[in-house]
Design a protein around this ligand. Sequence first.
Ligand code: FES
Length: 293
Amino acid sequence: MSVRRLAPEAVQPKEFTFTAENADWTKGQIAKYPPGRQASAVIPLLWKAQEQVGGWTPRRAIEEVAAMLGLPYIRVLEIATFYTMFNLAPVGRYHVQLCGTVPCHVCGALELKKICEERIGQQGEVTADGKFSWLEVECLGACCNAPMVQINYDYYEDLDPTNFGKLLDDLAAGRPVKTGSQTGRMCSEPLGGATTLADPSLYDGSRVGGWKTRFEETGQKEKEETGEQQPVKSSGEGGPAVPGSRNEVHIAQPASPKGLGVAPAGSPAGNAASPDEAVGTSKKPGNKSPRKR
Ligand code: FES
């Protein structure tokens, strides 16, 4: 990683204001956040400023964004100097961000770095024709396809000195280039092709509902092994009832003590204030009704 400093004053523009179109866009971004939280729009605004300037973020743009969001300049400067996505000095038409973090490093990023130094120059420099600049950055999240670089908005993965050199040649010559893996690998599948999830029945629909059959078979087998009685199924439910599941229906087994059956209407118990009083099902030892009979 390099030290992140603003470009020398000599290259800093004297003024920065958003174009009318971009100013409208920034208003939309700021409006996404609730009152008092407009500072959250700082990264989109810095990004739009960088796009407008042509790929880098000058001091005046940082000041403008700070003023628009009511933030101290230092808060926005901290953000602009922290994230390597904000270029603090002019860059080439093709700005190469080379990942130098461990997975890319052990897969050959050092060789790519050498190519950058030989063909482009030192980090932060722009080639004489204005076409290239480069920077070593931390992990860009494509470790499965290491080593890799990001050039402007696109990722180029599975690089080696040969295909990376060709990629730079093609860009310099204005030839079309392929983004993503440079070895023909599909996304981040294993080298040599996919080795899992390769069963065609996963994709032809024949497995639809298979989980239910397995579920029923397993449940039935367990019941046979344990000798458990089949619970009563509720109507409309296809699968076997599982203890505790929503399709198990418990039929209350009256185990009322002597004389505590449902009383006929009109009897004292039949006029009880609650079903509990009537059938006595909630009575526990020592939990007698306060009513005297
Ligand atoms: S380490 Fe290079 S992309 Fe993650």
